[in-house]
Design a protein around this ligand. Structure first.
Ligand code: ADP
Length: 959
């Protein structure tokens, strides 16, 4: 159980996972994008530089034009390029036009150019091109400009075809700026080339020169040998605002120069003029309106064939455009510097000739070196910081550059930073610039501190690896879909879920709830419950297993602001669900059980509280668990005991428990002895009366004999005690009265008998006299009967009283002898017609109370004779004796009058006689019963009226 994470933990951890997966991809993408952009820009600048180096050294115009189209393709990675001039030059790269197409294409491009402003880079798209019908172009960059120095319009076009279009996403905006720079470079170089071509072609023939001078858009001044103006061309008039007439005969310096014209330029000019040398110098001149403008002033002295100096020709080259270009370059460079600073790219350059090395700000930061004003040997600083372990490799690469083997080194090496002595990892690029002879002129390079990137790359790689393994092996299903819900990625578990449940898919996409409703309708999903936004519990019906519950969470994947697709995570929560159900059931059962226990507890507490006894329960540590109300009412101290340990109280001597301290000791000792302790205790009640309390301390042990708890009870037995004392005294009294009564009865009987016996004797004497008449004899007979009867009664009373007064006296005797003597006596009485039958041994010795047994037998046998039937001849009394174990069984059966069923229960009562005809006292059977009881025997009767009776006597006999 403890190894299974809880439902909430699982939910949390897979959400974290989900979040991280999303975060990773976007952070990583950003990183890559930035790096790519910077890398790309660097590459472009480098290519641009290569182009201008190569183009400058190009001497022929055609060679230059070819270079231009090649470079458009190389630098901007376009598929094709076109360069043309309005003079008729037409160069293509990457796309071959048929002869007949060329003319059409030229016209199209010229038409096309009218739709765009000259001197700016323009993005053109398929719709622009289609309008003009340019063949099979999709998109491209277009530039047209007027080269004032040559008077020509240049058209540059880089393009890609329809087929390749998707590969060139956003290439236009990325290349736009640099394309403009490129075009301006083309123009500048083109201008220079034209000039040099012109000079070389025409040497310096004055005639042609003047012709050109008239046509040229540069200002031209021709002055005499002393410097006074003879002629200016139209361009001069236009740019300065002066007419030829106004300036003729004047010296240019007197009206063209002004405040901003630099003294250096002035000096340079005057020296050259004096020495009659050619000079080219930038100069700030002023128009007629006083507006300064910058020109490149080129002055050539002209000599005639004799070598005499005749005049000067000055050419005012308008460099405003060039300056604009330069400032643009500067602006771009500044931007580039900003970018490199911002992106932490260190840039350095080293002039081989002067040995001068330059570092940008970032380099100082990377190497931890302070920037200083004075010139410093950065090359050596760089060398001294290289990590010793990497020095060899870096050195080898450097040598390869110096020896001319390579022009570019791309390397990674470590340095030890100067100030912090940290080891940093640099990514470094070194590019060699060589002159036409292949001599190394300059080294430029970049260094980037990639320590953090490296480690984050490693971390990224490690965590990517980690997550890939997790994703492949986890119990979570994972699926990633694009916006059209095509699966981009899914792990094995997801496929398992799908195939197990025989469904098409479990993709939830943009609208999870709608997707689920559809799946329920198609019976692919049994049911679902929404847990949170985009989190669902879904019930599946797998082919084999029991139902499966999945937790599905879906979230969008974004890159920047763009929605790319959705990722869903599937967690099998079937075990958790069933666990949850079991738990709920168990909880329910437990609550029911607790309720039962509670009601039982309440019941017992009720019982215990309402019992008149005092009851307390202790646990095995002698802690008081319960004290009933009754006890607390009687002894306030017990009210404070609940929850307390008696052992502690016994040790702490807390005075508030003094009154019950004795009991506490007793409880503790019962606990240690683990046996019942019972004792009486005297206690004064609330009104001060002394009461007797019977205490029971009952330890309760479990089967293993360990004490579990202990119950102390107390019952007030004061009243019981009083009753007992009372009873005992009454008993004593009663005993005394009884024995006195017995004595009295005995003495009365004795005293009564002797006069009776005297009467009887006198009556016998009277009967012996013969002189009695019939009547008198009759009366006397009646008197005798009464006397005999009274005597019988007295004898019986005596018997009774003897039985009550005397203890049992054990004798050993022969039972048969007693029976014979009883029957013998009876045989000689008047009713001798009854026959005696015997079923008994000759002799039967037994140990019992002989006197009592004689009385019993006389009564039972006597009754059988007495209540015999007079109306039959075969009356009998049968006596049966047998031994059964230690008991004597004696049956007396007769065929006499019998006893009615309803009277059978009463014959053993005192003074009861079943028939009024009986001559008896009604005491005989009562005494028999008393005696049999005293002897621990039993006596019972079976009888049928008019048929006879059987009396059975069973006695313990000790034979
Ligand atoms: P009694 O002195 O009247 O015989 P007992 O206590 O001995 O008193 O007997 C009670 C009554 O039980 C008798 O009055 C008689 O009616 C009845 N009885 C006792 N023994 C017998 C017997 N063997 N057969 C019929 N009746 C008997």
């Amino acid at each position: 159980m403890s190894e299974t994470p809880s439902y909430n933990e699982l939910l949390q951890s897979y959400r974290d996972l989900q979040l991280r997966v999303t975060r990773f991809s976007s952070v990583e993408q950003e990183l890559i994008n930035t790096r790519d952009r910077l890398d790309h820009e660097l590459v472009l600048y480098r290519r641009l530089q290569d182009f201008s180096n190569e183009a400058i050294s190009e001497n022929s115009l055609n060679g230059f034009f070819r270079k231009v189209v090649e470079s458009v393709v190389d630098i901007f990675e376009t598929e094709g390029a076109i360069f043309m001039t309005d003079k008729g030059d037409f160069f293509t790269e990457g796309y071959n036009f048929k002869e007949e197409q060329v003319q059409q294409c030229k016209q199209t491009i010229i038409n096309f150019s009218k739709r765009f402003r000259g001197g700016t880079a323009n993005r053109i798209t398929i719709s622009d091109i289609e309008k003009e019908g340019v063949v099979n172009f999709a998109r491209g960059l277009f530039y047209h400009l007027n080269d004032k120095s040559s008077g020509q319009t240049l058209y540059i076009l880089g393009f890609i075809s329809k087929e390749k279009d998707p590969l060139y996403n956003d290439f236009l905006e990325r290349h736009e700026t640099i394309f403009a720079v490129f075009a301006e470079q083309v123009r500048a170089i083109h201008g220079n080339l034209i000039k040099s071509v012109r000079l070389s072609e025409n040497s310096i023939l004055l005639r042609q020169l003047s012709l050109i001078a008239t046509k040229t858009k540069n200002g031209v001044i021709i002055s005499d040998k002393s410097g006074h103006i003879e002629w200016v061309n139209e361009a001069f008039e236009q740019s300065t605002g002066y007419t030829l007439a106004e300036v003729k005969g004047r010296k240019p310096k007197d009206f063209l120069q002004g405040e901003e014209t630099s003294p250096e330029s002035k000096l340079k000019l005057s020296v050259a003029l004096k020495n009659k040398e050619t000079v080219e110098v930038p100069v700030v001149n002023y128009t007629k309106e006083g507006k300064p403008y910058t020109v490149m002033l080129e002055i050539t002295p002209i000599f005639n064939e004799e070598g005499q100096h005749i005049n000067f020709i000055a050419l005012q080259k308008d460099v405003t455009e060039e300056l604009k270009y330069r400032s643009e370059i500067l602006r771009i460079n500044r931007r580039f510097e900003q970018i490199s600073n911002k992106s932490e790219i260190g840039i350095w350059a080293s002039e081989l000739e002067t040995g001068k090395v330059e570092w940008n700000e970032v380099m100082f930061k990377i190497f931890g070196v302070e920037k200083q004003d004075k010139e410093i040997d950065y090359f050596n600083i760089w060398l001294s910081h290289i990590h010793p372990d990497d020095f060899k490799a870096v050195n080898e690469n450097m040598n390869a550059v110096f020896s001319g083997k390579v022009d570019q080194v791309d390397e990674e090496y470590r340095i030890i930073r100067s100030n912090s002595k940290e080891v940093r990892i640099l990514s470094s690029l070194t590019i060699a610039e060589r002159d036409a002879d292949g001599k190394l002129v300059r080294l430029i390079g970049t260094s980037t501190d990639i320590t953090e990137r490296k480690s984050s790359e490693q971390q990224l790689k490690a965590s990517e690896e980690k997550y890939r393994i997790i994703i492949d092996n986890m119990a979570l299903g994972l699926v990633e879909v694009d916006l059209q819900e095509n699966i981009i990625f899914s792990n094995r578990k997801y496929l398992d879920f799908v195939s197990e449940s025989n469904i098409d898919d479990l993709i939830l996409g943009a609208n999870p709830e709608t997707a689920l409703i559809r799946k329920v309708e198609n019976a692919q999903v049994l049911s679902y419950t929404q847990i949170e936004d985009n989190v669902f519990e879904v019930e599946l019906k797998p082919r084999v297993d029991q139902n499966k519950t999945l937790l599905i969470s879906t979230s969008p994947i974004r890159q920047g602001d763009t929605l790319k697709g959705y990722i869903s995570i599937y967690l099998d929560i079937t075990p958790i669900k069933s666990l949850q159900r079991n738990l709920e059931n168990a909880l329910k059962e437990r609550n029911e059980f607790i309720q039962q226990i509670d009601s039982v507890k309440q019941f017992y507490e009720g019982v215990l509280n309402h019992t008149p006894s005092e009851i307390a329960v202790f646990d095995s540590d002698s802690k008081v668990l319960f004290v009933n109300k009754h006890w607390i009412e009687n002894e306030k101290a017990w009210g404070k005991l609940e929850g307390k340990s008696l052992v502690q109280i016994a040790q702490n001597n807390q005075s508030e428990f003094d009154s019950i301290r004795n009991l506490i000791y007793k409880v503790n000792s019962a606990m240690t002895q683990n046996s019942l302790l019972q004792f009486e205790e005297e206690r004064a009640d609330l009104s001060g009366n002394k009461n007797s309390i019977l205490r029971n301390i009952l330890p309760y042990s479990n089967e293993a004999g360990l004490l579990e708890y202990l119950v102390v009870s107390g019952t007030d037995i004061s009243e019981l005690k009083n009753i007992q004392i009372d009873l005992e005294s009454k008993n004593d009294e009663l005993k005394k009265i009884n024995s006195e009564l017995d004595k009295f009865v005995y003495s009365v009987s004795h005293d009564l008998r002797s006069p009776l016996l005297s009467i009887k004797g006198i009556l016998n004497l009277i009967f012996k006299t013969t002189s009695l008449d019939e009547k008198t004899q009759q009366y006397l007979k009646l008197a005798e009967t009464s006397v005999l009867r009274l005597d019988g009664t007295i004898k019986e009373i005596l018997n009774y009283s003897r039985n009550a007064r005397f203890e049992i006296e054990y004798d050993t005797f022969n039972l048969i002898e007693i029976i014979q003597s009883v029957t013998d006596d009876l045989r000689f009485s008047e009713e001798s017609h009854v026959a005696f039958l015997f079923d008994m041994p000759q002799e039967l010795m037994m140990k019992s109370d002989k006197m009592r047994l004689e009385v019993i037998l006389k009564n039972l046998i006597g009754n059988a004779v007495k209540y015999s039937r007079k109306d039959i001849n075969d009356a009998f009394v049968k006596i049966m004796v047998s031994k059964q174990g230690n008991e004597l069984v004696l049956k007396i059966e007769d065929n006499g009058e019998g006893i009615a069923q309803e009277n059978l229960g009463k014959i053993f009562d005192m003074f009861y006689r079943a028939t009024s005809s009986s001559v008896g006292t009604g005491l005989g059977l009562y005494i028999c019963k008393e005696m049999v009881q005293k002897l621990n025997g039993k006596l019972f009767v079976e009888s049928v009226l008019k048929k006879g009776s059987i009396f059975t006597l069973i006695l313990p006999a000790n034979f």
